[in-house]
Design a protein around this ligand. Structure first.
Ligand code: GDP
Length: 393
């Protein structure tokens, strides 16, 4: 007698994995768990690998690859937005969108291949270049449209990356601390103290922000600080948006900052309003909003959540949008392959290069769409996806 426990039997094929499964629900306690574990191992059970149950469910056709990824995303979801998106993918939302592109593409490929097979006989069947383009173009457009959702999807899954940028001492660290409500970043009066950068996650109204405090953007003789500045530029380049902090009392030259954030949606925070305002040339910034506040007194800081939200939306984050979105780099890569092949097929058709070439590219495009849901996927990619899981999931 090791424990009095509950045993649940899930009969194949209706279990999660599609196999017969017995689940033992024991009382907690390390010694009891260990004793039960050793007993079942002695009877021939083997410990699960990371992602083992999801892998078995995938292999047995209970889940496709997009749904497997969605399970990992449900487990890791930090924000309400990412949770909802993961649930939508788990329910098959993205798989359906991909299948809706696959079906007409498969039909087109079949028609082209039939035309090749019959071409030697007496024109039993043929398909014109015009018809190939007429049928293929909507598929290409559909793939392109889905590809276009990647930024919005990535921001929902991984958070909106916002760089906090400004001259030394403008109040960047103070702003980060204020937003996080804790003294995470070092605030000092010595210019250039934030030598590397700090990334913090902020959950606000269901949205996840990755706030990155950069070192003061300015040329520096100090070698370590100069490295920090180079990193800052890198961080800004890989961000979705920027919060530019300006010392409203002593703004200094803003040209470098302006250049660093070029092309990103920007909100200008004119800080230190308690010290009185100087005239600031902000025309150079294509700012979504400009707001004066004091991080010392807290005056005007109540607007910050709304400003962050506006910034995220300017970056392409669509809060109420429940449509299907690509979320992972894998999705983007695979869909780009599908689009490239589709475009090659269409131009081969338009240039009358022959049905064989068209069929080849259509096949490549179809394979790429297939690898989205895992219809054709290499062992290596599967391994990488399942490695993301915790043991037993
Ligand atoms: P950073 O170098 O841009 O990260 O700037 P910090 O956040 O470290 O702030 C630099 C200095 O400005 C610190 O001494 C802060 O206390 C001060 N400071 C920050 N915000 C305000 C403000 O609103 N008013 C005043 N008077 N001082 C501020």
């Amino acid at each position: 007698m090791l424990d009095e426990a509950l045993a649940l039997f899930f009969r194949a094929p209706s279990s999660f994995t599609g196999e017969d499964v017995v689940e033992l629900q024991c009382h907690g306690g390390a010694a009891t768990m260990r004793a039960v574990f050793e007993a079942v191992i002695a009877e021939g059970a083997v410990p699960a690998e990371p992602g083992e149950f999801s892998r078995r469910a995938f292999m047995n056709g209970r889940l496709d690859l997009l749904q497997v990824e969605a399970i990992a995303d449900v487990i890791h979801a930090g924000s309400e937005a990412s949770r909802r998106l993961a649930q939508q993918h788990l329910a098959g939302g993205l798989s359906k969108a991909v299948d809706a592109l696959k079906a007409p593409l498969a039909e087109l490929m079949m028609l082209v291949e039939a035309a090749i097979d019959f071409s030697l006989e007496e024109h039993v069947y043929s398909i014109s270049a015009d018809e190939i383009v007429a049928r293929g173009q909507p598929v290409a457009d559909g793939i392109e449209a889905l590809l276009g959702t990647w930024d919005a999807g990535r921001m929902k899954r991984d958070g909106v990356r916002v760089a906090i940028v400004g001259r030394p001492n403008a109040g960047k660290s103070s702003l980060l601390n204020h937003l996080l409500g804790q003294d995470r970043a070092l605030v000092t009066e010595v210019a250039g103290t934030t030598r590397d950068y700090i990334e913090e996650v902020l959950q606000l109204d269901g949205v996840e922000y990755r706030l990155v405090d950069t070192a003061g953007l300015r040329s520096s003789d100090d070698r370590i600080e100069a490295m920090g500045v180079a990193r800052a530029r890198e961080v800004v380049r890989s961000s979705d948006a920027a919060l530019v902090v300006i010392d409203g009392h002593a703004p200094g030259a803003l040209q470098e900052i302006c250049e660093a954030v070029e092309g990103l949606p920007v909100v200008l925070i004119i800080n230190k309003s308690d010290l009185g305002a100087a005239v600031i040339a902000t025309e150079g910034f294509a700012a979504v909003a400009t707001h004066a506040l004091s991080l010392s007194t807290g005056h005007g800081t109540e607007a910050l959540p709304g400003l962050l939200r506006a910034l995220a939306e300017a970056a392409g984050y669509a809060p109420g949008d429940e449509s299907v979105l690509l979320t992972r780099a894998r999705h983007r890569r695979v869909m780009q392959d599908a689009l490239d092949a589709m475009r090659a097929a269409l131009s081969a058709a338009a240039a009358d290069l022959g049905h064989e070439l068209v069929a080849l590219d259509l096949r490549l495009s179809l394979d790429a769409l297939g690898s989205m849901t895992g219809a054709v996927t290499s062992e290596d990619i599967l391994h990488r996806i399942f490695a993301d899981f915790c043991v037993g999931k």
